[in-house]
Design a protein around this ligand. Sequence first.
Ligand SMILES: *Cc1c(COP(=O)(O)O)cnc(C)c1O
Length: 488
Amino acid sequence: MRSHLLNDTTAERYRSSVTEGIERVAAKLATTDRPFTGVTVDALAPRIDAIDLDRPLHDTAAVLDELEDVYLRDAIYFHHPRYLAHLNCPVVIPAVVGEAVLSAVNSSLDTWDQSAGGTLIERKLIDWTTARIGLGENADGVFTSGGTQSNLQALLLAREEAKPGRVGWEEGASFAKLRIFASEVSHFSVKKSAKLLGLSPDSVVSIPVDHDKRMQTVALAHELERCKKDGLVPMAVVATAGTTDFGSIDPLPEIAELCEQYGTWMHVDAAYGCGLLASIKYRDRIDGIERADSVTVDYHKSFFQPVSSSAVLVRDAATLRHATYHAEYLNPRRMVQERIPNQVDKSLQTTRRFDALKLWMTLRTMGADGIGQLFDEVCDLAVEGWQLLAADPRFDVVVQPSLSTLVFRYIPAAVTDPADIDRANLYARKALFASGDAVVAGTKVGGRHYLKFTLLNPETQASDIAAVLDLIAGHAEQYLGETVVRAS
Ligand SMILES: *Cc1c(COP(=O)(O)O)cnc(C)c1O
């Protein structure tokens, strides 16, 4: 069994085994003609159930053959131009090289003595990101597993900073007084974080959005004022720079003004919109982000990085102390005086992947402009898609894209019952998924079912969008033809 350990004596096995795995994936990528096979849970589950984990195959080729059957054949392929569903990007090759390196070396970024250069590389990428945002000299941050964890950590810091000396907070006050303000289309991790942070069930105040799905700052000002009047504490405003559903960007400068006025922590959730930090054409769309106290970025959404790759950034490095605990065995307090850089002092995680290496390889190979150019292409594609939808009488499209998302629905000319229109759209999404021809997402707008394209693949063409719209219309028409006609 020792021959399976990766070390000086097994270099040849390592090389050949990893190469075999890479060959399978390369062959798959080259021959995948649809984003999905349309396999059902009922068809796939028995194949996985049938495998006896206590009877290993011992041989890499045999295991890869089996993997083809239980995973590779029926996986969802984000690199395919007709995968248009969620916030998943095709990945860039330099990052995949980084992934191979980081898992083989297996550094752990909690302490210097488990990572050395890895720690310094991560720190340099954090500095690079805070400089792109414009957070100033005292900024810092840390890589995380994703936007959910970044938002949680940012709100933990905001909670701790809200306590002393802030308006409305007196000794003995409980977390029940704290309020977070976020738009009605902000990410659900804000509410989850509030729960994990021990805040009250009504701690997250939902602020309505305007026609373009951007937070209404007049309503925010009103709620902040009411919070103050009620003797509550405005702990944080979460501005979303790229909402998950619409890609809409809250008015950051106006929100920054209000945060300053009310002494409130400004968190910008740029999990999606962070791609604009590298943009060549559209960087100004997130102007105002530099005024944030904390920022969430998901490189695994708009920097074309493999999952996971995310970070939380803060204006004031000192605030990260709220996540600091010392353990004698790992990061004793004296190491701070000795200036030994232990990233665990800033992180919610302990053992932690060297995900930063993927971004490092990407920037060293392609440069920031390379990433920005790819992101600009998908933003431009979204505009083309919007024009197609707006000109097509079969569809209703919701907002003009600020990033690369389109939300729309099929509206048949002859059908007037809104419930039938809802069902036709739901059916079209399911039928499309089952066919594997394309994958699209869905959401609700004003209580009605809509469909969604999240465009993150620069290989997707306007002609793909047009073809998928025809497929959607075809499925919806078929459904209405079969059910509505039969019922009447
Ligand atoms: C995706 C997303 C998140 C959550 O990020 P994960 O990486 O999926 O944990 C948070 N906020 C917004 C706006 C997002 O789009």
